[in-house]
Design a protein around this ligand. Structure first.
Ligand code: TRP
Length: 340
């Protein structure tokens, strides 16, 4: 009865549509590289698949161990994804902790996975190489992720290249479970998102938080201005010819300055006649134009946090119901379910 009501809120999903599952860790503000590289595609994919997109708050616990901070990050990610166009009418948008069955399933996976197998995971090996104090959550991270994916019967999992091994682990675990208990889980495929665009940061390297070369996606005008003004350039004067391919400002123009204006800027670089100050001013104008509608949408949503929380809660109920169906089957197969 209750389940039917929840499903009705979203309308019936076509039986043929493939299931997409992906999670986003709530660990900080997104930058424009995140948006062009990955976030935008979530919004693009939501109509093609029966999509389950969640805020991976349980995964974040391995690194964010301050309740207030985690809480703010969760709300932050919800706002970010709604602002870039994820539509709760089309995707089931939820937080992982509203589907506690994933922790139950991860425990079952713990019991059929060996330590040496998990010790081969890149993330674990990297942490070990850095001599970090590794918590059990970091070690077990891939199995919680496998549970996220397999519990919703995912066909595809859109992720960055860095997560590819985690999808392989999910497939291995699914195969192992199926071998022991009989056919239960689908084998999900990764949908690698890296090819789209790698956006350079303010120093010409790939834009990344760890290089401190980012421009935030929801930055204010003055934050955008400060970030662009700090881009290092060579010392050529206004009239000198410049190699557009070797300039960090121009590298960003390629992503934000469109069509004829981009060609014009390129010509003026090659023939001389544009200084780096003017080039930066044009870039600032174009990044502001690009960011403004996203920022405005986020600000609007932020005025109504209760509504945002309600949307995530409804998504959680839907995801919970879908996961529970799978778990009933799993509990029966492993032998803990009393038959009515
Ligand atoms: N590990 C992913 C990341 O760091 C986040 C994540 C958790 C995830 N569970 C997932 C991604 C399930 C895809 C599917 O980006």
């Amino acid at each position: 009865m209750k389940k039917e009501r929840i499903l009705l809120l979203f309308g019936p999903m076509s039986k043929d549509s493939q299931i997409l599952v992906s999670g986003v860790k709530p660990t900080g503000r997104p930058h424009i590289g995140n948006y062009l590289g990955a976030m935008r595609q979530f919004a693009d994919l939501q109509t093609q698949y029966d999509s389950y997109v969640f805020i991976a708050d349980l995964h974040a616990l391995t690194t964010v161990q301050n309740g207030k901070e985690l809480h703010q990050n969760i709300i932050g990610v919800a706002l970010d994804y709604l602002a870039v166009g994820l539509d709760p009418e089309k995707v089931t948008l939820y937080k992982q902790s509203d589907v506690p069955q994933v922790a139950e399933l991860a425990w079952i996976f713990n019991s059929i996975t060996t330590m040496p197998y998990l010790m081969r995971a890149h993330a674990f090996k990297d942490a070990e190489a850095k001599n970090k104090e590794i918590n059990v959550g970091v070690f077990d991270y891939p199995l919680l992720m496998a549970a996220d994916i397999l519990i919703q019967d995912a066909d595809v999992v859109p992720v960055g290249l860095d997560q590819k091994q985690h999808i392989e682990i999910a497939r291995d675990v699914a195969e192992k479970f199926n071998r022991i208990y009989g056919d239960t889980f689908k084998l999900p495929k990764p949908l690698i998102l890296e090819a789209v665009q790698t956006v350079p940061g303010t120093d010409g390297q790939k834009m990344s938080k760890s290089y401190k070369n980012t421009i935030e996606l929801f930055a204010t005008d003055s934050e955008i201005k400060d970030a662009v003004m700090k881009i290092p350039t060579d010392s050529k004067g206004v009239d000198e010819a410049k190699d557009s391919e070797k300039d960090n400002v121009f590298a960003l123009h390629k992503h934000f300055t469109l069509g004829a204006e981009l060609e014009e800027v390129r010509d003026r670089y090659e023939s001389g006649g544009i200084g780096y100050k003017e080039s930066k001013d044009i870039l600032i104008k174009n990044i502001v134009t690009f960011v403004t509608p996203l920022r405005e949408r986020r600000n609007e949503l932020e005025k109504n946090i209760d509504l945002v929380q309600d949307m995530i809660t409804v998504g959680g109920k839907n995801a919970h119901a879908h996961a529970e169906e799978k778990m009933r089957e799993v509990r029966e197969k492993i032998g803990v379910q009393f038959k009515k």
